[in-house]
Ligand binder design. Sequence first.
Ligand code: SAH
Ligand code: SF4
Length: 445
Amino acid sequence: MKFHIHTYGCQMNVRDSEAVEALLVAAGHEKAAHEGEAELVIVNSCTVRQKAEEKAIGKAGNLIAAKKLTGLMGCAVKRMGADVFKRLPKLDFAVGPRAFGLIPRIVEEGRFPRLELGDDLVPDCLAAHVEGGWQAFVTVLLGCDSRCSYCIVPDVRGHEYSRPAREVVAEVAALARRGVREVCLLGQSVLRYGVRNTAWDERDAPSPGGYTEAFPRLLEAIASIPGIERIRFTSAHPKGCTDELVRAYREFPQICRHLHLPVQSGSDRILAEMGRRYTREEYLAAVGKLRDFDPEFAVTTDVIVGYPGETEADFEATRSLMDEAGFDNAFVFKYSPRPGTRAAALADDVPVEEKERRDQVLLEDQERRGQERNDRLVGTKREVMVEGPSKRNKARLSGRDGGNRIVVWDEGAADVRPGSLVNVVIAEAHPQILVGERLPHCPTT
Ligand code: SAH
Ligand code: SF4
């Protein structure tokens, strides 16, 4: 059957959709060239904010109206449970975020409607990858036990579970043999890898570098896999920014000098209410540690505006923290109450227009800050992994430096394949993009 998957939400969802694609292809189905051609369409949903959920449900509704065989997977399914069939009476099947491995069987059996919310993963479903490509996401930590007051993720993605290191290393080695050069390790709070359940056992060799913390030790193991030229991971928490993590950055140049370190707020009062387990000062100390190691270290973040009770003073504290941290990029979210979370019991008392204003102010601040941060890179040499033609100007190539900054340049006649590393010297800086000139390949550098 020809199928198409439509994905909303975070990288975790992108990864799960890719695994479903691989599983369906292995079961003899075929990826459609576009949605119109597909007989089966699966929507992978997000529920982190109400609007995100609405989009996925709306999309599934349109597909049902177009008489496609329609499945819904992901976080919104787990939140809604059987109610999903009240919203979408003609939906064919719905599977929760840990049950996606059942999709090939559900399609095969053809008994609809069907709902699967179980938390038991189908064996090996996490390791399924689509062939080809030079970049891959690898899930290392499932779920989350942090229970930040506003967040629905722990309810829908279940308890924190660290995959055994042996399994992760074998998966990355298999990807490397297929030509993957960059891996991004995924977890809601990925630096907690191996904290709750042990990821290492007696069959794993001791760390040659003497690492004792599970995540830096995993980085060490992955960095030694031939062919893996770049390692990224997301998302991080300041508590995980330890000396061993910095040591791993120093020892292994393959580990990209970029960390996505969601701060959420710059007000200690709000941080405590959110249950984030750090203060403004501790957060800034973590950023300082990374920038002491490398002043060009890229730090990006997530911020929530309009959390219940957020005053003008709290908001100004967030603004000043963002300046002090000197973020290279920031994603701003307007607070959205999620059913069953601790914050949902509080009055959502910041008016919509005020949330909108705070959002705009932070985005404007970030434009200016992004320009300033990028201006400092003019004249520097960046090592860039080629992605392909630039979206805006097809005559140019586009890629990312280790800091995850988008770099574009004129390639001329040379044949450069996606996934190869090139050197680009930066000539021009914009808030979200660097424009440069390709340096001739020099085998000795
Ligand atoms: N696990 C990641 C975050 C996952 S959710 C971490 O803790 O680092 C991605 C982002 O969505 C969060 O960082 C937060 O900024 C935002 N978010 C989560 N719940 C939200 C809510 N109820 N309203 C608005 N934004 C929210
Ligand atoms: Fe949500 Fe907090 Fe867990 Fe991130 S760490 S997924 S924000 S509960």
